[in-house]
Each structure stands twice: as C-alpha cells, then as structure tokens.
Write a protein that binds this ligand. Structure first.
Ligand code: HGY
Ligand code: MN
Ligand code: MN
Ligand code: MN
Length: 420
C-alpha cells in the first residue's frame, strides 16, 4: 500500500498538454490585446463547449448537459452508483476578459481526468468535470446562473425573459441554441447528488504574487450584491431650459455618486463599491436626459456590512433624486451572501499541498465563484494561483505557466487525497 501511495504522491499532470489547451481555448473569442470576449451563451461560448466535448469524447469520457446548459464530462468509477466528485469552473468570459478566468479551472479539471486516464488509475467514485453556464453574469444577470440553478434545483422563470446586454438576444433562445449545439451530449435532469466540489481559479487579486506563494487555499468567499439604479426626470431642451426648471436625472446621479464613492470604501478597506455600467436615455447631445440607469456592485465579507452599504446607497440615491425633483428606483438583481468552506475539505487540500511541498496561503476570495453555490449542496473548496499584478477582468490577465501547472497538480493531489 505504501508503495502505491508514494507513486500517487509523485503523479504529475501533463503540463505541456494543459498549456496547449489553454492556448486553444484562448483562441476562441481572442481579442487584439491578448484577452478573450467569449460571453455566456454566444456562438463563441458554444464553440468552446463544443471543443471541450470533442476532446472528452476523443478520450472516451461521456458528455452530459442539463437544462441550464451546464456541461459535464464523466469518467466512470468502479462503483457508478456513488455520487461523483465534481471539479471544474466556467468557460464564459467577461466582454474584455482574460484567458485564464474560468478556463484555467475547467481545463485543469479536464487535465486531471486525462492524467488519471493516462496512468490507468481507477477511482471508486466517478469524477465529473463541469463547465457551469454564465458565471460572469455580464450578458445576462445574475452571475453564476449554472451553479445557482444546480444548487437550487430550479431555473427561475424571470431568467427566460432576460435580454442580452450586448445584442438584445433573448436568454431562452440563446439557451436553446446552446443546448442544441451539443447533440453529442446526453441531456440529464437538473442537479444530482455530488460528493464534493473543487475549483481551481486565478486569485484575481495581488496577494499570492506579492507574497511569492504559488497556491492559495480558499477558506471562503465574500458576499456580493448587484443593484440596478434608475433615476427618472424630464427630458427637455438643452438650450432653452433654465437650471431652475430642470428635472435632470444625470445631475442627480452625479451628486449621488459623488457622495457614494467617498462614503463606501475609505472607511472600511474591506468594502468594495463599483459602478460598472451606465446609460442615459434618450442619449441626445442637446436634450436633458429623461432617465439614467447605472449598476452597482458591492462586496464585503460580512452580511451586516453589505446590508448597511445597501441602505446607505438607497438613502443617498433617493435624496439626490429628490433634490433634482426626480424619482429613483433601485432593484437588487443579484445577492450572494458570504460563504465559508467546510473545514474537512479545506484541510484535505492542506494535506495535498503538504504532500507536494507546495507553500500555501489560506485566504478569502474577493471574487465570487461557482464554488459559492456548490458549497450549498456539497463540501466545496477552491485552489487559487497567482495572476500578474492581481489583474483580472482585464485583457492583460496573465498567469505564469509554472503557476498554471502547479495549480493543476494541486488539483490532482487534492482529488487523490479526497477520493479513496
Ligand atoms: O465578479 C466576480 O466576482 C466573478 O469574477 N465573476
Ligand atoms: Mn471566474
Ligand atoms: Mn470573472
Ligand atoms: Mn468563478
């Protein structure tokens, strides 16, 4: 037995194959500046899913989809009745995203399956790679749609009426086209019992790189909340309407944001406040806007503070609107309470790192991930790797090849730790 254990402890993934796959998928939706624009449920997303399904079938794995188009690749275990270990992430990207966010976790998971296959290692349990649908939530909000639907075992009705922010396509049509684009994938019901879930992801922050540590063991994820703010006034002539007679929603929005930015972040270094998207209607140069909408993304490790931040935003926006004789509505479009991963699976990752002599740092994730929802239905954990200058959601996102390989080897070691 000891001999076998040492052999397993020495097993390594095929780094070259992983790096080649990262390049192949980065070419799907490649942008001039070296990033990717492969948004959820677009033709490019379908192309990436198709490539992964083909690679899987070429290796003799079976491929499944569920009704929200989560993609699964299954490697059988000795006992097919057992709940599978799930490893994976997402393949969709930000509109000007990086080539590693999501793809590194999905392709590392696939590389682990290929490595087990290369060495003919049988596992008691089946292992499945998952690429969750629409983790980013840019084209269709909210984010983490695939893992949210999987964890709640339902697809919210209102999703089916969503319209894409980039080209106005309907969610229902795009979902249907995506499901139909993979005839080789067997359709499965939404959700099934999962033994555990592990996700490799880039840190999307600077701390691992700053400390020169190659592996982060994620102990939890901070909370995230998205608000859609709209302020309505009255459109009128830019030249003839004196200031006193204006009901200018943009003036109200600027006043609100002018006080919100200083009110949100400096007080509490852990707080995050971002306005990512805004639109003015009718958008004419020489007309006072009728309405202004903007999105707000707030984050914090504590639920109470998130609540405080949201109520402060509501108060400041309504007051600023009133000052300009406008009305404001604020809709919460995404709410992800903070989550902590279970100790036993986090310590299994710690043992795996020890076995491979990886130096590690235990850390909270500033970004949300599919693991947050999977943590509701199975013991879940995450492995982080450093990214240059902590940059992500940016085309310049970069991971050193040795860190991609280390993260994938850490995933392999964690799988072997967890699976008898
Ligand atoms: O926004 C997030 O935290 C994730 O990277 N999509
Ligand atoms: Mn991601
Ligand atoms: Mn992301
Ligand atoms: Mn994620």
């Amino acid at each position: 037995m000891a001999e076998e254990e040492t052999a397993m402890a020495k097993l390594s993934i095929n780094g070259e194959r992983l790096l080649a796959n990262l390049d192949r998928f980065a070419a799907i939706g490649a942008t001039e500046k070296g990033g990717v624009n492969r948004q959820a449920l677009t033709g490019l997303d379908r192309e990436a899913r198709g490539l992964l399904a083909k690679l899987a079938i070429d290796r003799g794995f079976s491929v499944f989809q569920d009704p929200v188009a989560n993609l699964f690749i299954r490697r059988s275990g000795r006992d097919e009745r057992l709940a599978p270990l799930l490893i994976g992430s997402h393949l969709d990207s930000q509109p000007s995203g990086g080539r590693f966010d999501g793809a590194l976790g999905t392709l590392s998971a696939f590389e682990v399956l290929e490595t087990l296959e290369d060495f003919g290692i049988e596992t008691e349990r089946p292992i499945e790679v998952v690429a969750f649908t629409n983790e980013e939530g840019c084209r269709f909000a909210p984010g983490c749609m695939g893992s949210m639907a999987f964890a709640s075992r339902s697809i919210p009705d209102n999703w089916l009426h969503l319209v894409a922010t980039d080209d106005g396509a309907g969610f229902a049509d795009e979902l249907d086209a995506t499901l139909k684009s993979l005839p080789e994938a067997t359709m499965r019901d939404l959700s099934f019992p999962v033994f555990a879930y592990i996700e490799v992801h880039i840190e999307q922050g600077p701390s691992l790189e700053k400390q020169g540590v190659p592996i982060g063991i994620v102990t939890g994820i901070q909370g995230t909340r998205w608000l859609e703010v709209s302020i309505t006034g009255q459109t009128a002539h830019a030249g003839t309407t004196a200031l006193a007679y204006r009901r200018d929603p943009f003036h109200a929005a600027v006043n609100a944001l002018g006080s919100l930015f200083p009110a949100m972040m400096p007080l509490d270094p852990a707080a995050r406040f971002t306005v990512g998207r805004t639109a003015l209607q009718p958008g004419a140069v020489n007309a006072i806007p009728q309405s202004v909408t903007f999105t707000v993304d707030i984050r914090h490790p504590s639920l109470e503070t998130l609540d405080e931040m949201e109520s402060k935003i509501r108060a400041i926006v309504h007051e600023a609107a009133m000052d300009q004789k406008c009305e404001a509505t604020i809709e919460q479009i995404f709410d992800m309470p903070p989550a902590n991963f279970q100790d036993d699976i986090v310590s299994a990752l710690g043992r795996a790192a020890q076995e491979r002599d990886f130096s590690t740092e235990r850390m909270l994730s500033g970004a949300f991930h599919d693991a947050l929802f999977m943590n509701r239905v199975a013991p879940s954990a995450m492995i982080f790797v450093p990214c240059r200058d902590g940059l992500s959601h940016n085309e310049a996102e970069h991971v050193e090849p040795e860190h991609s390989i280390a993260g994938c080897n850490m995933l392999l070691a964690s799988v072997l730790q967890i699976l008898p």
